[in-house]
Write a protein that binds this ligand. Structure first.
Ligand code: SF4
Ligand code: FES
Length: 250
């Protein structure tokens, strides 16, 4: 296939960005989207030009590093798929494809398609953990947990922290990300001890980072590569109200 690419180039956080045109030739339908960009970069480097900067690591849909808006959709047109797992068979010879970085105030562009997502790390550091000493691994049946609850907790734990939910939201809200982490821990007995401080501290940190609030658009759920449901946001809101009213007396 021969594809026309319109790719966002930006030299640094304070530089002005612009869309630039590239042609990707001899693209195999079996290539991943990132492999196609690797081939474009090889050509640029051979021609003495600056390679297009983009993030990736595992290329297996696990790490959450890849972060491209393809044709206006975070992670591209395949539902439940990271952009590293998106394959070129989704496109046709002669297609024009736009490629942009996540766009949100809390995710400033570092270079080209790479954004700084350390705001997510600071939200996790504010409360997305269990700090009690759990000791050694207990027997699997020592703390009985209903299957329905453990399934919900595991589904929430599938969040890879990619930030597509923020990129898709008109409010640049981090609610789906936070609610996945909060649900994962709030549903399990190990997360009970810090349940109240966790939700309050994480929401306050997200506000401080400049993420917006949730207005139930559902765009986050639609683009989430791990198909985290927005019912988690309702659980997070319940956790927040409970923490403020019953634990803090506010
Ligand atoms: S909730 Fe989904 S879209 Fe948001 S960070 Fe987690 S995996 Fe990515
Ligand atoms: S590169 Fe790891 S999830 Fe895409």
């Amino acid at each position: 296939m021969r594809l026309n690419l319109k790719i966002w180039r930006q030299n640094g956080p304070t530089a002005a960005g612009r869309m630039e045109d590239y042609v990707a030739d001899h693209v195999s339908p079996d290539m991943s989207f990132l492999e196609m960009l690797d081939v474009v970069n090889e050509g640029l480097v051979k021609g003495g030009k600056d390679a297009i900067a983009f993030d990736s690591d595992c290329r297996e849909g696990i790490c959450g590093m890849c972060s491209l808006v393809v044709n206006g959709i975070p992670h591209g047109p395949d539902r439940g798929t990271t952009v590293c797992q998106l394959h070129m068979r989704k496109f046709k010879d002669g297609d024009t494809i736009t490629v942009e970085p996540w766009r949100a105030k809390a995710f400033p562009v570092i270079k080209d398609l790479v954004v700084d997502r350390s705001a997510f790390d600071r939200i996790i550091a504010a409360g997305g953990y269990v700090s009690i000493n759990c000791g050694g691994a207990p027997d699997g049946n020592a703390i009985p947990i209903a299957k329905e609850i453990s399934d919900l907790a595991m589904d929430s734990a599938a969040c890879i922290g990619c930030g597509a939910c923020v990129a898709a939201c008109k409010n640049a809200s981090a609610h789906l990300f936070m609610s996945a982490k909060i649900s994962h821990l709030a549903l399990l007995p190990q997360g009970e001890v810090e349940r109240s401080t966790r939700v309050v501290n994480m929401i306050e940190q997200a506000d401080a980072e400049g993420f917006g609030s949730c207005s139930n658009e559902g765009e986050c759920e639609a683009v989430c590569p791990k198909e985290i449901p927005i019912s988690n946001i309702a659980r997070m809101t319940r956790e927040y109200v409970r923490a403020l009213w019953f634990e803090r007396g506010e």
